[in-house]
Design a protein around this ligand. Structure first.
Ligand code: FES
Length: 232
């Protein structure tokens, strides 16, 4: 199939604003968009800048706006995009160059929720046991790969960059509802701040954007409920 790929490009060394660049490519219907971008970079324009690593939907480094929707370039096939494709950097984070954005503010919010097990109790000579039912409580939110697709699809985040965002709440959920963890109160305090979970207006963009099919809005609702009713 022949496709026209329009990429929103920005080089801070020469550009004042971003601009569209257009590339014609011959590709296969089952080709990943990521490989088409590789083709452009390696054969048509070596200055095109993007992030990627695993190419299999695991590392979360190639989130971008594809035909207006947040996607991982490695998880979307050309046959689902049609012959005219637009590609833009994810929104709400500073563009460093082309499709690469500054992830530091996003990672700072992630760190703010203390994304590690908190438990000073001596586990003795064995692991901390957990029943299948206890594990099930946070199973969905363990799937997050920190690609930022949810947070950068969220209008509340676009409007207020201080908002901790859906991804950080998903990560908080993963630990708050872990029966082995003892840091729920600290994390819920972070979630209860003005920049926390109450900025969520239940818009559902995050659910649509998540490449791991996490029910982000449900997780956010459970964190809100835990704050209101002290139900962990
Ligand atoms: S390159 Fe790793 S998730 Fe796409």
């Amino acid at each position: 199939m022949r496709a026209t790929i329009k990429i929103l490009r920005f080089n801070p060394e020469v550009d004042k604003t971003s601009h569209w660049a257009e590339y014609q490519v011959d590709t296969e219907p089952n080709e990943q968009l990521l490989n088409v971008l590789h083709y452009i970079k390696w054969n048509l324009d070596g200055t095109l800048t993007l992030r990627r690593s695993c190419a299999h939907g695991i590392c979360g480094s190639d989130a971008m706006v594809v035909n207006g929707r947040n996607r991982l370039a490695c998880k979307v096939l050309m046959k689902y995009l049609g012959s005219s494709v637009t590609v833009e950097p994810i929104r709400g984070l500073r563009v460093i160059k082309d499709l690469v954005v500054d992830m530091e503010p996003f990672m700072a919010k992630y760190k703010s929720i203390m994304p590690y097990l908190i438990n000073d109790e001596d586990p003795g000579s064995r692991e901390r046991p957990q029943s299948p039912e206890e594990r099930e409580r946070f199973d969905d939110t363990t799937k997050c790969i920190l690609c930022a697709a949810c947070t950068t699809a969220c209008p509340s985040f676009w409007a207020n960059g201080e908002y901790v965002g859906p991804a950080a709440i998903v990560q908080a959920h993963r630990f708050i509802f872990d029966s082995r963890d003892r840091g729920a109160a600290e994390r819920l305090a972070v979630m209860n701040e003005w920049s926390g979970v109450w900025r969520c207006r239940t818009i559902f963009n995050c659910v649509e954007a998540c490449p791991r099919d996490i029910n982000v809005t449900k997780a956010i609702g459970e964190v809100k409920k835990a704050i209101l009713f002290d139900e962990v």
